[in-house]
Design a protein around this ligand. Structure first.
Ligand code: ADP
Ligand code: MG
Length: 298
């Protein structure tokens, strides 16, 4: 398995290479330009939130990173490999290293939960049926679904359980990166919180790197280390505190509007419950941002 080389920073410290590196990305459909000169870095083990207005190109960004959409210009490196230069077999091998929960989340409605989870296993491995079933059972347990959901069809599950089943399928091949596109959309607040906790726990336990598109300000506060905001075909990256210091009106409205204030208040309550210092996760390492949204010391 090939990983990106580590880099030595000017201060001599070894820094792990980014898991995802997007440079000068331009995406367009015919004359419609979606991203123009977009730079984006995700560090190992990071939970990166992605926000932006409807139609700002969040889903297109995910689909471009995983190679479903070909960029018009720019370079995308995932786990040290330039995804624009992969031969078909290499591209397939890379697909095993990430799991995706798409926005429409579609499980196959004619397949049971267990059969859904087995789809990527059938596609990418030659495991015996019995072993496939066992792995599906493990993943069902991992995402907190009861064992009897294995033989249920998606229509027999609640919205929250369907999201968990989708997550179990995304985890089928033990990926290193998870891409989640609005995973808590449509869930009630309690279901959404539980899903966030699950995602955070999995990320910690399995060392996963996560890129999560979400409109859920609670998720952003509770589990995302940094947030990428898509604005005007580009991206601004930082912790919530860092982003709130930017003069951008969309960011200000988003984080300081009524919903943003409510999320901030519940964030503070959570910190007090835990006895934390105020501030977001990983704030102690937060440095100033340069134009590309990277830390100056990166
Ligand atoms: N396959 C496609 N062909 C043409 N236009 C597309 C395609 N996919 C997305 N778009 C357009 O790209 C823009 C960004 O879409 P999307 O990334 O889905 O937005 P969002 O930020 O809401 O996820 C939208 O204007 C959408 O209509
Ligand atoms: Mg979308």
């Amino acid at each position: 398995m090939q990983t990106a080389p580590d880099q030595t920073a000017p201060d001599g410290r070894i820094r792990a290479a980014p898991v995802i590196e997007v440079r000068g990305l331009r995406t367009q459909f015919g004359p419609q330009v979606i991203h123009d000169g977009l730079d984006f870095l995700v560090e190992p083990g990071e939970i990166m939130g992605v926000v932006g207005g409807s139609g700002s190109g969040k889903s297109v960004l995910l689909r471009t990173i995983i190679g479903l959409i070909r960029p018009a210009a720019g370079r995308i490196t995932v786990l040290g490999r330039d995804t624009g230069r992969l031969a078909a077999a290499e591209a397939r091998a890379m697909q095993r290293r990430w799991g995706v929960l798409f926005q429409d989340g579609a499980l196959f409605s004619s397949l049971t939960v267990e059969q859904n989870i087995e789809v990527p296993l059938k596609e990418h491995t030659r495991l015996r049926p019995q072993l496939r079933r066992q792995i599906a059972g493990l993943k069902i347990g991992l995402v907190g679904l009861p064992p009897d959901s294995a033989n249920k069809y998606p229509a027999q599950l609640s919205g929250g359980m369907r999201k968990r089943a989708g997550l179990a399928r995304a985890l089928a091949l033990d990926p290193e990166i998870l891409f989640l596109d609005e995973p808590t959309a449509g869930l009630d607040p309690i279901g959404a919180n539980k899903f966030d906790e699950l995602v955070q726990e999995l990320s910690r336990a399995l060392g996963l790197t996560l890129v999560m598109v979400t409109h859920d300000l609670n998720s952003l506060h509770a589990i995302c280390h940094r947030i990428s905001v898509l604005i005007d075909k580009r991206v601004k990256v930082g912790t919530i505190d860092e982003l709130m210091r930017l003069p951008d009106s969309w960011i200000q409205e988003y984080f300081r509007g009524p919903r943003g204030r409510a999320a901030l208040a519940s964030d503070e309550r959570r910190s007090q419950d835990r006895g934390d210092q105020p501030g977001g996760i990983g704030d102690s390492e937060a440095g100033p941002l340069n134009a590309g949204g990277e830390r100056e010391d990166a």
